[in-house]
Design a protein around this ligand. Structure first.
Ligand code: MCF
Ligand code: FE
Length: 403
């Protein structure tokens, strides 16, 4: 048994002072240090520095580790030039991204307090790293392929990767999962087969959806910048699906949709009504010039996530929350900081079906300790100071183990 004590403990309803947490690999009890010490006299006591806040470990629901080699190869600014640059550099980028580089990024995430991440895997290359990483990993095997001719082959390869990730489940912190790349890049027949696999095995499911204006125009009218792209690379001139058909494919299975920046109110209402959620990637959206997701009006749960280094400059969850603070400049700042912290803890855990994200009896003992630079003058500002001042957390635990 271990007991950790901090000046404040984060709960989704607010910060509580002068409490301690007793834990093994799961949380056993929350109470005052005196009571817990008396009850568990042999426990190892972990005292945190003054002005520390104990958070549940943070959850980054959406990251592409395989693209970690990107620094200046991909073109930022607007979506289509970026996508063209992905096609041009993908092989080099993925080829030059070795296990050491990906592990380095897992460690960087850990230092920012991320104890669980959702890895979107295009090729399965990061499975070995994710098995060895200290974190819990929801391993999203990505399905991609819009050409009916190659669809079966691509689906076969995808299922091999799904099985490989399933076989790691027992011996590591990996949860197998499924990612549908997007409506423009996945044929509806294999899409439905993949959704059925997710349903059958109760696997978390995600999909990039309505990220750019180009995607919207292509799906709605078969026009716009994606038209030239499909002509050039795939020799096709018609989209394989439309917005409604794509959304309906997920009707009976709650899905985590990434971006949704270009979704209109009717579509957002539909997603909300079907129990879906959104992964919001503020820096990725800004760097690819796709617009701002109006999180102030969302009626469905959302997470804040980094996306990959293919469309970002770091995988730090605090860098991402600070970007969100600046991007959503009309939302009252304290309220925004509070909702961002909820989005990367309890909401993210609920969405991915994980038993963490809250400091409560029975939850997994995943923690991140944030040490404030001085005592908060007003308690209602702790969320904001934590978001603004944290570059690295001062302690991190996964499954009760200190890393
Ligand atoms: O989320 C961002 C932007 N939207 C779409 N895809 C990706 C992102 N970061 C990396 N990707 C990957 C995706 O998984 O890029 C490829 C896919 O393998 C693009 S499809 C030509
Ligand atoms: Fe992504």
């Amino acid at each position: 048994m271990k007991i950790i004590y901090a000046d404040f403990i984060y709960t989704p309803k607010g910060f509580i002072a002068n409490q301690a947490v007793a834990f093994t690999d799961t949380i056993q009890e929350v109470g005052t240090l005196e009571v817990l010490e008396t009850k568990y006299p042999d426990a190892n006591i972990i005292k945190t520095e003054p002005n520390s806040v104990l958070f549940p470990g943070f959850i980054n629901t959406h990251v592409h580790l395989e693209f970690s080699a990107n620094k200046t190869s991909l073109k930022y600014g607007s979506f289509m030039p970026w996508l063209d640059s992905v096609i041009e550099h993908r092989e080099d980028l993925v080829g030059s991204c070795d296990n050491a580089m990906m592990m380095g990024e897992c460690e960087a995430m850990l230092r920012s307090g991320i104890t669980t991440f959702g890895a979107i895997s295009s090729f399965g290359n990061e499975l070995e790293v994710c098995e060895k990483a200290p974190q819990r990993v929801v391993f999203f095997n990505e399905l991609i392929g819009s050409n009916a001719q190659y669809a079966d082959m691509l689906y076969g390869d995808f299922m091999e990767r799904v099985k490989a990730s399933m076989s790691c489940e027992k011996s590591s912190y990996i949860t197998p999962a499924i990612a549908i790349h997007s409506p423009y890049s996945v044929h509806p027949i294999i899409l439905q087969k993949a959704v059925n696999v997710a349903k059958e095995h109760k696997l978390p499911l995600c999909a990039h959806f309505l990220e750019s204006q180009a995607e919207r125009e292509w799906l709605e009218h078969g026009e716009g910048e994606l038209k030239g792209f499909f002509k050039k690379y795939f020799n096709t001139e018609t989209p394989v699906t439309n917005i409604q058909e794509f959304m309906y494919a997920f009707d009976t299975y709650p899905t985590h949709f990434t971006h949704c920046v270009q979704a209109n109110q009717v579509e957002l209402d539909y997603l909300a009504q079907k129990g879906h959620s959104i992964a919001h990637c503020p820096r990725s959206n800004r760097y690819l010039g796709v617009g701002r997701l109006p999180i102030e009006n969302l009626k469905l749960p959302f997470t804040v996530a980094t996306d990959g280094l293919s469309s970002n400059d770091s995988l730090s969850i605090f860098d991402e929350m600070r970007a969100a603070i600046l991007l959503h400049n009309d939302i009252p700042i304290q309220e925004l900081a509070t909702s961002l912290l909820k989005s990367v803890t309890s909401d993210a855990a609920d969405i991915l079906g994980l038993n963490n994200g809250r400091i409560e009896i029975g939850k997994l003992a995943d923690f991140a300790v944030v040490t404030l630079r001085e005592a908060p003058k007003r308690e209602e500002e702790i969320a904001l100071w934590a978001v603004l001042h944290t570059k690295e957390v001062s302690k991190v635990f996964v499954g009760g183990e200190h890393f």
